[in-house]
Ligand binder design. Structure first.
Ligand code: 5CA
Length: 437
């Protein structure tokens, strides 16, 4: 695309509440626009990044056999009354009445709705296990929405739900999801550490938050730094390998605030290995057995003849929060560099343009067309603007590769720069190879 044609409202004016890097950068580069407190519109640049994250999340869910579906944002209060959570959820739930006076709500999560769907169709252990997920907007009327899309009221979440006949099988589903989460975050170039966590309003007794370390994170975390050295490539989808993975992670201390115990931390972790810092929760998984299936009467035939409540878990990823989390992790010294996997464009061409010299722009258009033919998603900065102002702007937009067309360009060689590295003179063929690698 041509930069002059994109809807990209760059701005220098920041509201006083934009205190963290990701919030500031997203506003400055026109990725989002606030429409009400804690509610944002996603403008083309931000939307494109979020959709790429969503695609990776989807691919990794599909790989472990989770099946995609779509539940509505608006739910009936009835099923929440059946589970007993209608009152417990408190003021965080946005309650609505329809024109017939029926009580409805904007879903903050979907345990009840999925259980209701499941109980009406699955009756036998023979159809288990099952894993279902959707990627849908959620609403939570947070007391203190802040940090832009990091803690907002309306946000985009992937939520998955597993159904198994017994606890052993359910733990295997939990382990699969655990592994899938680590793979998902590593494709986003994030090192997310699973930390034993509190279950809060979702419930159950087993839960992990996936946390990336960041000064601006809202969660306090305590860990043994050796947990960062566990290599995901050592494991595969076999259930014995997944058990080993869980054991290996559990062998190191890694907990969130609510699970923290100073005495245990100091006893189990050598002083030099102790990490006590802040982090961003990008995912959260729960095993809660029959907490919902029992009150909602979601029963299946057991091989031994009796009817049992299915054993369930739920698994969330903050898809919209991840956009901000990646910025927090990758924006350094006023320069953003998106991971290739989610960058809004593969490469940007930055010509040095002035009134007397249209040659650079013509050359740029030629390269632009050639790259497009190769299905490379390329942005051309065709503004007639000072080159250093252009560089500053692209420091924020964060496309990882730049082709700079100016005095240094030769006939067949162009200045090619990977953000954060030295520029090189390369042929167009070499440039294409680098981008596609
Ligand atoms: N039902 C479970 C799992 S599907 C659930 O709702 N878990 S959760 O409450 O932990 O949310 C899942 C993920 O959504 C979190 O890990 C976080 O990344 C994201 N999230 C939660 N609240 C917000 C919020 N207010 N703003 C942005 N993202 C949020």
């Amino acid at each position: 695309m041509l930069l002059s044609k994109i809807f990209l409202p760059l701005t220098k004016d920041l509201p006083a509440d934009a205190k963290i890097k990701s919030h500031q950068l997203m506003l400055r580069t026109g990725m989002i626009k606030q429409s009400a407190t804690g509610i944002y519109s996603w403008l083309p640049l931000g939307f494109k990044v979020m959709k790429k994250i969503e695609a990776i999340v989807r691919e990794e869910q599909n790989k472990i056999g989770a099946q995609e579906m779509l539940m509505p944002t608006i739910q009936s209060a009835d099923i929440w009354k059946e589970s007993g959570r209608y009152n417990d959820y408190g003021e965080e739930m946005l309650r609505i009445k329809d024109r017939q006076g029926r009580e409805m709500l904007y879903g903050p999560t979907n345990e009840e709705l999925i259980t209701e769907i499941f109980r009406s169709s699955i009756k036998s252990y023979k159809s288990l296990p099952q894993m279902l997920y959707h990627i849908q907007w959620k609403f939570r009327d947070e007391i203190r929405p802040r940090f832009g899309i990091m803690r907002c009221r309306e946000f985009y979440m992937k939520d998955a739900y597993s159904f198994d006949i017994d606890e052993d099988q359910a733990k295997q589903s939990y382990n699969k999801m655990f592994y899938s989460y680590l793979k998902t975050f590593s494709r986003l170039e994030l090192q997310a550490i699973p930390m034993a966590a509190d279950t809060g309003p979702i419930g159950g007794d087993l839960s992990h938050e996936f946390i990336i370390l960041a000064e601006t994170g809202e969660s306090n975390v305590y860990a043994d730094k050796n947990i960062f050295d566990i290599k995901l490539s050592n494991y595969n989808f076999d259930s014995s390998s997944l058990d080993k993975m869980r054991d290996d992670f559990s062998s190191f201390y890694a907990v969130t605030d609510e699970k923290f115990n100073k005495e245990n931390f100091e006893k189990k972790v050598k002083k030099e290995n102790q990490i006590s810092t802040k982090g961003i929760e990008v995912g959260h998984i729960f095993y809660f057995g029959d907490k919902y299936s029992k009150p909602l009467n979601c029963l299946v035939d057991h091989p031994e003849g009796k009817k049992v409540a299915v054993k369930m878990g739920s698994y969330g990823i903050g898809v919209s929060r991840l956009v901000g989390a990646i910025i927090e992790a990758k924006f350094a010294n006023d320069v953003m560099k998106w991971p290739k996997s989610v960058s809004p464009f593969d490469v940007v061409i930055i010509p040095s343009i002035n009134k007397n010299n249209t040659e650079s722009l013509e050359k740029s258009h030629k390269i632009y067309n050639e790259l497009k033919e190769e299905k490379i998603d390329v942005l051309l900065d065709d503004f007639n603007e000072n080159i250093s102002a252009k560089f500053k702007k692209h420091d924020l937009i964060g496309i990882p590769y730049q082709i700079i067309i100016g005095s240094k360009s030769e006939k067949n060689k162009f200045e090619f720069k990977e953000v954060g590295k030295e520029a090189k003179m390369l042929s167009l063929k070499e440039i294409k190879e680098k981008i596609k690698k």
